[in-house]
Design a protein around this ligand. Structure first.
Ligand SMILES: Cc1ncc(COP(=O)(O)O)c(C=O)c1O
Length: 391
């Protein structure tokens, strides 16, 4: 029978798997006093200087569209930041646009570079969007396992073995969500070598780079990589501006001409209020940021040390960011079942590792976005749950 147009939907979009977060959210419904170790949404206010700049702007009463690709001054400020902090050269405004978060940037770049049946190499467990965008473009994700026994660092041979004539790009984040690790320069050089040898583009999401003691090396700064790398960054995490939706992407000028067309289709321009906040974020006094970074670092160390001590649980030490990715498979191999049981029996919310791809099965992603007392309580409840299972 002929499908109606409400049934006949784009199969690439239909093929995107439903998020497991929904199941976690519904298990949470109606339960009070849960300790939340699942959220990627830091429970913290923005830096005071960002708040006051936005208040002053709002007083004027306008909320017009901006230039499509972001205020020139903001793009120039980000360009200077990338030069100074990332050692990445953005040669002109043609190479950088401001987006509605990294999320938009990833989508419009992947839409621009991918064609149906292309393949995208995704080191995995991975941030879900890389996989979902690949499917949305009709392309195929090629998951390359990152192993706990190797500290979740990429294995160049496994990555090279995943390359086929259809491979177009490698996409990953550094620091990593969900794994918590930061890939060192040697790992990035190995990825770059694969990309150069096989003419692959590299998409590197650096949204957590401010939450490290030593900022990670940017792939785009490695020799010959600037012309094949799209670097993504944003203000959501660095300045606790998640809901203001401001990110950016820098990439080679020729494809960026096409990326801009996609940006216009998807977003027209980034939020003006968000851009005002982003400009203030670039001017933010160092002491306002240092306090934010120290706060997360302390919570992350505390959570990692506590989880690494849990009997039967192993965990790779985090290098920065907000997350750890402990292995609970000795307790329960189905991480979704475990996440639900933890909500129901222990009152602690976690994300199943399988939310980050099938290679995350057996793991949980824990975050330190909650306030410190909740992180402490969450760890305490995990300890009690694991101890009760041991008996
Ligand atoms: C790795 C990674 N990339 C991108 C995003 C989304 O960033 P934005 O708020 O800039 O869209 C997140 C949000 O949690 C993330 O963890």
């Amino acid at each position: 029978m002929r499908q109606t147009n409400t049934e006949r939907l784009n199969p690439h979009v239909v093929s995107i798997p439903a998020s497991q977060r929904e199941a976690v959210l519904s298990a949470m419904k109606g339960k009070d006093s849960l300790a939340n170790l699942a959220s990627g949404n830091p429970e913290m206010a923005m830096p005071p200087s960002v708040i006051s700049r936005m208040q002053a702007y709002l007083q004027e009463g306008y909320a017009s569209y901006s230039t499509y690709y972001g205020f020139d001054a903001l793009r120039d400020g980000i360009t200077a930041k990338m030069k100074n902090d990332w050692s990445v050269a953005v040669h002109s405004r043609d190479e950088l646009i401001v987006t509605s978060g990294v999320q938009e940037g990833l989508y419009i770049v992947m839409r621009t570079i991918l064609q149906p049946d292309d393949e995208v190499i995704i080191p995995s467990p991975h941030y879900g969007t890389y996989y979902q965008n690949t499917l949305a473009c009709g392309a195929k994700p090629a998951l390359v396992p990152l192993k706990e026994s190797e500290g979740f660092l990429p294995d160049p041979e496994r990555m090279a073995a995943a390359v086929t004539p259809k491979s177009r790009a490698i996409v990953f984040c550094n620091p990593n969500n969900p794994l918590g690790v930061v890939w060192p320069q040697e790992s990035l050089e190995a990825v770059a070598e694969v990309a150069l040898k096989h003419d692959l583009l590299v998409l590197v999401d650096e949204i957590y780079r401010d939450y490290t003691d030593v900022p990670p090396v940017s792939v785009a700064a490695l020799p010959e990589m600037g012309s094949r790398t799209f670097s993504f960054g944003g203000f959501s995490k660095s300045h606790i501006m998640m809901g203001l939706r401001i990110g950016f992407v820098a990439g080679p000028a020729a494809p960026m001409v096409q990326v801009k067309k996609m940006h216009y289709c998807v977003a027209l321009c980034p939020s003006v209020l968000g851009q005002i906040a982003a400009q203030a974020a670039l001017d933010c006094p160092e002491e306002e940021l240092a306090a934010v970074r120290d706060h997360f670092k302390d919570k992350l160390e505390f959570l990692y040390e506590g989880v690494a001590r849990l009997p039967g649980v192993s965990c790779v030490a985090p290098g920065g960011g907000f997350y750890i990715f402990p292995n609970f498979s000795a307790i329960e191999t189905d991480s979704m079942a475990l996440a639900i049981r933890l909500i129901e029996e222990a009152g602690v919310v976690t994300l199943p590792g399988s939310e980050f791809g099938r290679l995350g099965q057996g793991y949980l992603r824990l975050s330190v976005c909650a306030v410190e007392t909740d992180v402490r309580e969450g760890l305490h409840r995990l300890e009690k749950f694991v101890a009760a299972r041991k008996r």
